[in-house]
Design a protein around this ligand. Structure first.
Ligand code: URA
Ligand code: SF4
Length: 195
């Protein structure tokens, strides 16, 4: 089955989703965007105000930072696929709750299956936690310890997915002084992409 059609099928399904209570306050489901054929999957946290209004991931201030970071390693939005751990905006941008992550994983799992990426970039601690557990990584650890690193899964030799831990771009919205650190971490993608 064609990847694009498959993804569209689940995107349509998500538009009717009531698996957790966030459906009550959403304006739009933010399913994901980018190339279904990308080798690189980016996973953020949850839609914010702008994303909820437009139904597009990372289309606000954090998205502007992300675009600068992508550009610094010669990547465009069309070269990647990007989504979030949960697809509807939490009230006042609070952290996703466990029940929401558990309910919404249905869609993220479909996206991972369909796109079958060779690199998964976790943007921030929520994505990192999810992906480390998902792939049974032996590493446990905070984003502060693991940012900028490519994580290897020593337990599953058949699993060829590399996981990259990155700070959430919103970090540089609140503290522009962090931009250089974020750019430095992104360089790890250049090596993966070129090598
Ligand atoms: N922050 C996220 O984690 N995801 C978005 O789509 C926008 C902001
Ligand atoms: Fe459904 Fe996910 Fe939205 Fe909850 S956050 S209503 S599980 S799409």
């Amino acid at each position: 089955m064609d990847r694009k059609i498959e993804l569209e099928r689940y995107a349509r399904e998500s538009e009717e989703c009531k698996k957790c209570s966030l459906w009550k306050i959403r304006k739009n489901v933010v399913f994901g965007a980018g190339s279904p054929f990308s080798k690189i999957l980016f996973v953020g946290e949850a839609p914010g105000y702008n994303e909820d209004v437009r139904g597009i991931p990372f289309c606000g201030k954090a998205g502007e930072v992300l675009d600068i970071l992508l550009d610094s390693v010669s990547l465009k939005r069309e070269d990647i696929y990007i989504t979030n751990i949960i697809k509807c905006r939490p009230p006042n941008n609070r952290d996703p709750e466990k029940e929401e992550v558990d309910a919404c994983r249905y869609y993220l799992e479909k996206q991972i299956e369909i796109i079958n990426p060779s690199v998964i970039c976790c943007l921030g601690r929520h994505a990192l936690k999810y992906i480390l557990e998902r792939f049974s990584f032996s590493q446990k650890g905070s984003i502060t310890a693991l940012h900028g690193k490519v994580l290897e899964n020593s337990q599953d030799i058949f699993n060829r997915t590399s996981v990259v831990a990155l700070y959430h771009p919103a970090v540089a919205v609140y503290d522009p002084g962090k931009m250089e650190l974020l750019k430095k971490d992104f360089q790890v993608l250049k090596n993966l992409k070129d090598g």
